[in-house]
Design a protein around this ligand. Sequence first.
Ligand code: CO
Ligand code: ZN
Length: 334
Amino acid sequence: MKELLEKLVGVFGPTGREEKVARTIEEEIAPYVDDIRRDSVGNLIAFKKGSGGKKIMLAAHMDEIGVVVSHIDENGFCRVKPVGYVLTATLVGSRVKFENGAIGVFWAEDPDWKLWQRPTTLPDWDKWFLDVGATSKEDSPVKVGDFAAFYPVFHDLGNRLVAQSFDDRAGCAVLVEVAKQVKNPVNDIYFVFTIQEEIGLKGAIVSAYNVSPDIGIAVDVTLTGDVPKAYPMAVSLGKGAAIKVADSEMIAHVGVRNALVKTAEENGIPYQMEVLAGGSTDAAAIQLSKGGVPTGAVSIPSRYVHTKAEMVDFRDVEASVELLKAFVSKPVEL
Ligand code: CO
Ligand code: ZN
């Protein structure tokens, strides 16, 4: 499964440009599902028929944070608008990669911001520019409207893995793996790979409406409290799949949450309870779809979320696969 993770984090897919991710996932998952389709906005929806249980929607978002070129000056420097929550603290000397392979390097124009004086503040977004190796508008390899994501990386540190887009390619990999491994489930399973989560759960809003599930579960990363002087949070790398209790946009349906806990305990799958102070997932949109959907979330703990080096523990990824596999296979009572 590490190969699948490495493959998925390497695919170009900033928010708004998820086509390549959808194509890659479609190839991986198609042999294992009964139906697969793309909806009108680009969500990828794979379906596996059950023997007569509930309709369960599992959702993971395909997009990763990135930037879009908004202006190119006469010397070829690009101004960009972030897509998703890109922290300026991650930009110094960062590289981004465009769909056509062009590379951009970030720097900021602020004359008061001098590296040799050890700056304590960071310039605002409008001061940052991308150097794409051009000397003019004419010889620039990119155009206004082109999207880029952080330069793709993948490092295997043993149990710990590092990549720029585990948010949420780790979740996508979990769904693909569940689809591959589940045999004769009782429930109908919809594996939904959503677009544009990072700018407001767009893909989840429309796909949940169309799928109209009995139960929704988002699979995404969550933060941890296990680094020096971290904000207190009872989630750590390597301690198992995180079952969401609440985050800043939702409270998980207590029946779904309890069913996930019961499944983990009955199958000896390591898990931890997640209460996230800031941030949310596609689950917040699924929950409010149509007349309301009992919804929960399974989270993969990750350090350094929304940086160029997000870190997860492979064992937590595997635990998430095991938990969801067991959950969707058997009858669910809420
Ligand atoms: Co995110
Ligand atoms: Zn995410």
